[in-house]
Design a protein around this ligand. Structure first.
Ligand code: ADP
Ligand code: MG
Length: 641
């Protein structure tokens, strides 16, 4: 008895600070969030020595009167919540009333604030949680908070600060996230009294460009604004092939707050699906807005994590939106690659006249061009014929792209006739919406030069050299053909000579019972055969397995862990992606010219032609610019500044 005591307020604040103020970057985050909540249109941030000597945030927000300025330093004092019910729908970034007293309890803290109509402002200095003075002061409308000597009174915590450089990089990351979350607000950042960022109010894309550079901004795909209900999604996604091995640029903002959330991470991964290499994470700048009542932000001390009321709905929405955005990228992608070659006058059949450039000095072809029969299919295993007609619209070079310009200006360079002729086929009613035709057209904008090392198709387009990985390309083609076949007709399945019984763990067997239909559509024939036991009667024709039972156990084990969202056939996709690899033409299978042509056309007819089902690129471009630099034909561009 008599052992329990209430902690004095300053100690309680220091304890709370342990959660809220993890490091200088957390101070920055709390202060800027307060400025945003105060309706500021301009926020200036300064820090010195990785934030351990100074962090200052100045805003032109609503400011506080003297009474509030004193109150805001009390624990649990907030203007943002009135009752417990408010907690269920938080529309502000802060709500706990903990940040300022916590920060003030572990630093030398100074606050100067003035409301815009007030005659004078209020200045308060606090050291380690004790108020030094409160006085009237002259200051601009808004609030300035200075935090010096963080953790000066908690040597143990101060020791835990990392090097100045590490803390500085955390501060900069936090600043970038905050500046991204509100592109309409002017931000500046100074480090050691040098201005690092000066960000004018702008659009999201411009803000991304300001913070991450034009190269990244160029490689983003816009996610069109989805409208309001039940949540609004918009932003930018990295194009396929743009990814990172960590999640540091997988940024998602929910109601203006950068968040980490497993549902969202899974949805992004699933949306990218075959457009992402294993172990890689997409680059995203995704904004989600929803009724604050649908998201709980009160689950993490630094409010980084959130929970969604309707996680499943959100998951599906995000997956769908990512898929749509990636497919919409097809047009720009095609425009970039499929610009007609510079010199297209020479239409000599490829195999007939290997050009001198393709011969090495010893007379051996450098670019091996097989002259086999024109009618063989590109692989030893014949390519499955497309069973359905492709339904994609294909964008051809248009406004802004060189060939589009040519068409407008009637420029009569060699090759133009062909291009404008091609484009005229795009007119409605001329059969241009026949996708097979369109992909032929797109393919005709490339000139096939040959095959390098029996592995890479070497093509010429307007911008220079294009190389296609024949295996990756064929994998993508097979993958899409099999998937479409499965979707529309169900996969072809093959009866096993001897049905095999499979015993499953109860949870897997529940899953199989619920998904018998989907499995059947994938070509897997399973019959219930007693508790947790099934008879395996058929397998997809494209699966060749020496031990079907083991294979089934593997597949079911893997599939059962996945959520079934937008398409139940997503399940099948994973299996197909695994198996097409074995069936696709391999590097070193030599392809003849007709086969190259067909491979190219089929690739361009795909929904996601830019990568194989494992996310590796199918095509790369080496531009004339790059070639000229390599050959020293282009003067380096220094001195240009
Ligand atoms: P919370 O943000 O959770 O309310 P804080 O401790 O961060 O708690 O801030 C306490 C209160 O101080 C806020 O509710 C707000 O009323 C006021 N305040 C803090 N910073 C500012 C600012 N920059 N401008 C105006 N008011 C502020
Ligand atoms: Mg706050």
């Amino acid at each position: 008895m008599g052992q329990i005591r209430l902690l004095p307020d300053d100690v309680a604040s220091q304890v709370a600070a342990g959660e809220v103020v993890e490091r200088p970057a957390s101070v920055l985050k709390e202060l800027v969030e307060n400025s945003l909540d105060a309706g500021a249109s301009r926020i200036d941030v300064r820090f010195r020595r990785g934030g351990s000597s100074l962090i200052e945030v100045a805003d032109n927000g609503c400011g506080m009167d003297r009474e509030d300025a004193l109150l805001c330093l009390e624990r649990h004092a907030t203007s943002k919540l009135r009752s417990g019910t408010d907690l269920a729908s938080i529309a502000t970034l802060g709500f706990r009333g903990e940040a300022l007293p916590s920060i003030a309890s572990v630093s030398r803290f100074r606050l100067a604030t003035r409301q815009s109509g007030a005659l004078d402002g209020t200045e308060i200095a606090v050291a380690g949680g004790r108020i030094d003075f409160v006085r009237a002061c002259g200051c601009a409308p808004g609030t300035v908070i200075e935090v010096r000597n963080l953790f000066f009174n908690l040597p143990a915590r101060r020791k835990f600060l990392r090097t100045e450089q590490t803390e500085q990089s955390h501060l900069e990351t936090t600043f970038r996230l905050l500046a991204l979350s509100h592109p309409n607000i002017r931000f500046t950042l100074s480090r050691e009294d040098r201005v690092m960022h000066q960000l004018a109010p702008t659009t999201l894309l411009e803000r991304i460009r300001d913070l991450f550079g034009p190269e990244l901004a160029r490689r983003l795909i816009a996610v069109p604004d989805s409208g309001d209900a039940p949540f609004r999604v918009y932003g930018y996604l990295g194009e396929p092939g743009l990814s990172r091995s960590d999640r540091s640029q997988q940024l998602v903002f929910v109601n203006g707050r950068a968040v980490e959330n497993a549902v969202l991470s899974r949805a992004l991964r699933e949306g990218y699906h075959t457009a992402l290499m294993r172990g890689q994470h997409p680059i995203t700048f995704l904004f989600i807005e929803m009724d604050p009542g649908m998201v709980d932000v009160n689950v993490h001390p630094a409010k980084r994590e959130v929970r969604f009321r309707d996680g499943r709905g959100l998951h599906e929405g995000v997956v769908r939106m990512v898929q749509e955005a990636l497919q919409s990228h097809r047009g720009p992608w095609t425009r970039r690659f499929a610009l007609e070659a510079r010199h297209q006058g020479n239409d000599v059949p490829l195999a007939a006249h290997p050009s001198p450039a393709t011969m090495s000095t010893r007379g051996q072809p450098l670019l091996a061009l097989s002259t086999e029969s024109e009618n063989v299919s590109p692989s030893r295993d014949p390519l499955p014929q497309p069973l359905i007609r492709y339904t994609k619209q294909h964008a051809l070079p248009s406004e802004g792209s060189p060939s589009g310009d040519h068409q407008e200006s009637g420029d009569d360079q060699v090759g133009d006739d062909q291009v404008s002729g091609d484009l005229s086929l795009q007119q409605p009613g001329t059969g241009a919406d026949d996708p097979a035709l369109t992909s032929k057209l797109e393919a005709s904008l490339f000139k096939i030069l040959g095959v390098l090392g029996k592995t890479y198709l070497v093509l010429e387009n307007r911008q220079g050299l294009v190389m296609v990985d024949q295996h990756a390309a064929h994998e993508r083609i097979l993958f899409e053909q099999l998937r479409k076949r499965m979707e529309y007709q169900g996969a072809l399945s093959q009866q096993l000579l001897l049905a095999q019984t499979i015993q499953l763990a109860p949870k897997d067997s529940d899953w199989v019972m619920k998904n018998l239909d989907t499995l059947e559509q994938m070509g897997i024939g399973l019959e219930p055969f007693g508790p947790s036991t099934f008879k395996l009667e058929a397998l997809p024709a494209y699966l060749k397995a020496s031990d079907p039972q083991r294979l089934m156990l593997d597949i079911i084990g893997e599939l059962a862990q996945k959520s079934i969202t937008t398409s139940r056939l997503r399940l099948g996709e994973d299996v197909i992606a695994k198996t097409v690899c074995r069936h696709a033409v391999k590097a070193r299978d030599s392809l003849g010219p007709a086969e190259c042509q067909r491979l190219l056309e089929d690739l361009l007819a795909c929904d996601l032609p830019y990568c194989c089902p494992h996310g590796r690129p199918t095509m790369i471009q080496i531009s004339y610019d790059e070639l000229e630099k390599k050959f020293g034909r282009q003067a380096p561009s220094w001195g240009a500044l």
